[in-house]
Structure formats: C-alpha cells, structure tokens
Design a protein around this ligand. Structure first.
Ligand code: ADP
Ligand code: MG
Length: 286
C-alpha cells in the first residue's frame, strides 16, 4: 500500500547568464519521475553524484524554493494517510503544515546540518516548538525519550553539537527527525560523511527505529553496497531519470538497465578469490 505517490515529477533549475542575467539554459535535474513509497518499506535510491537524488528528496520535502526561488516543478506528490490521499503540491504552505510534519529529513552532513550555537536539547525540541502544542515539561520529557531511542544519554542534552563525534551527531539528527512522529523519513546520504566503521551502526539504528515506529524510508546513497541491507526495494537514478526500480534481490540478481549493471560492478568484492583474480589481471597488464 503506497504512503507516498510521486507522479511525473520534473524539476528544472534555470541558469541565468550575461550582464542582463537572462535565462540562458536549464538544468533538468529530475525528469518525469514516478514512484510509490510503500508503507513500512525502505526504498533505496542510488545514482552517481548529480543524478538528481537530492532534488527528488528536496521536492518531496517541498524545500526546493528555499534555495532556488526560480525552480520549475511539475507533477504531483501525494501523501496517503489512513486511506486519505492529499496532493501536497496543490496546498499553500499554511495548508500543508499539518501534513508536512509527517515527512521529515535526515541530512548527509551531520556537521553542517545541526546549528552549532544550539544546545542538543533545543535542536531536538525545535520541531516540537514549531509543530506541536506540548508544554515545555512535555517537550523536555520527549527530548529525553528521543535521546534514549537513538542511543544517547539524557545528560548529553545540555551540550553543543561540536562536543559529539560524527556518528553521535547523526544520532542527534535522527532524534530531531523523529520528534514530530513522522510516517515518512527521507534520508539523504545519511552515512556518506561517516567512517565506514560507524556507517553500519547508524544503518542498524535506522532499521531498528523503522520497525519500532513503522516508518517508511527513502534512503538515498551513491552506491549500492550501502543500501543493500537496509532496502526492500531499490530505485536507480541516472541523469535525472528513474531508470530502474525493483526488489533489492532482483536488482542484485537480474539488473535490467546497463547503468544498474555498472553500479553493481563498482561494488568492491570482499571475496579473496575475486581479489586474487583482480590482482592477477592487474599484474598481467603492467
Ligand atoms: N539549487 C540548485 N540550483 C541549480 N542547479 C541545481 C540546484 N540543485 C541541484 N542542481 C543541479 O541539479 C542536478 C542534480 O543535482 P542533485 O539533485 O544534487 O544530485 P545528487 O543528489 O544525485 O548528487 C545537478 O546537475 C545539480 O547541479
Ligand atoms: Mg545529493
């Protein structure tokens, strides 16, 4: 059952140039893209840098105009809650507010996505200030509960983001994203900036939270190995288009599109035999 439907989404960023700053060209960042996010699933979205993954995520979050006021967006994005479908792009900011809290984002860079001048508890509390009528005591209680859920101590709430490691900062970002009890999380390369040893911890945390809160997750990554274990289905983006979408097993076992095959070949092979083979072929060509 879909919880989010994207239909014929196109996003064009105009490029201005010359002394008159005339509209000279456009970047077609997303082209006619349709997909469903199913309730409770993790949909991995992969593709090389510049393929339009973040633009897709930002379109779903409705934040493209914040950085690109002249952006042209067409198509439909609808949220399906309790059988009721709401077309989000037709609503004003005010009208869409009660729906928007159901969709939250986790960002790539835990270093720049947290306000360095805010205490951790205030960072996590902010979405509650904006979206709820809870009392201050209730908010504080919720912050402690959220910190616990992401594996941090409540005593750490009166510290600043710079006092935490990259992995801990991403845990703070995750706690913040969960504050409004969203149904949908868009995670834009949430582990790309982290050490490989930390990546698995964060991915495991997200899988646990998904189960506990019945989240539907769009997990964006630039390579297939990151999304393999977390995704029920995987969509492959290439040059603004969704070129293939299928169950994770099918993507790995019988990829249809040439670019998907290329992404599969780019995954490092952990097996020693394969490593020997590659070493031999390297030696052979040198
Ligand atoms: N605010 C913007 N203004 C102009 N072009 C943009 C903007 N954001 C993204 N783009 C362009 O859109 C294309 C897709 O970018 P993006 O969605 O960030 O790709 P990805 O996340 O897959 O790396 C790129 O060509 C990028 O330069
Ligand atoms: Mg991106």
């Amino acid at each position: 059952m879909p919880i989010l439907k994207v239909r014929d989404l196109s996003v064009d960023f105009p490029i201005f140039g010359g002394i008159l700053q005339k509209h000279i060209d456009s970047v077609h960042a997303v082209k006619n893209l349709s997909l469903d996010l199913l309730k409770g699933e993790t949909l991995g979205i992969v593709g090389e840098s510049g393929s339009g993954k973040s633009t897709l995520g930002n379109a779903i979050l409705n934040v493209l105009r914040l950085t690109a006021p002249d952006v042209k967006i067409s198509g439909n994005i609808s949220l399906v809650l309790d059988g009721n479908e709401t077309e989000l792009s037709r609503l004003s900011r005010k009208q869409s507010k009660p729906y928007r809290q159901h969709i939250q984002m986790i960002f790539q860079d835990p270093y720049s996505s947290l306000n360095p001048r805010m205490l951790v508890k205030d960072i996590i509390k902010e979405p509650l200030d904006i979206n709820t009528d809870l009392t201050n005591a209730e908010k504080n209680e919720k912050v402690d509960w959220l910190l616990n859920k992401v594996g941090l101590n409540t005593e750490q709430s009166t510290r600043y983001p710079h006092e935490f490691s990259g992995g801990q900062r991403q845990r703070i970002g995750i706690a913040r994203s969960l504050a409004t009890e969203p149904n949908i999380i868009v995670a834009d390369e949430p582990v790309s900036a982290l050490d490989v040893s930390i990546q698995a911890q964060i991915i495991n945390l997200m899988m646990d939270l998904q189960e506990e809160f019945d989240l539907s997750i769009i997990f964006i990554a630039h390579d297939l190995s990151v999304v393999k274990h977390i995704s029920d289905r995987i969509g492959v983006m290439y040059n603004g288009e969704l070129v293939e979408i299928n169950d994770t097993d099918a993507i790995f076992e019988s990829p249809k599109h040439d670019y998907t095959k290329e992404l599969l070949r780019a995954i490092p092979q952990p097996d020693p035999a394969g490593r020997e083979e590659r070493k031999k072929s390297r030696l052979g060509t040198s």
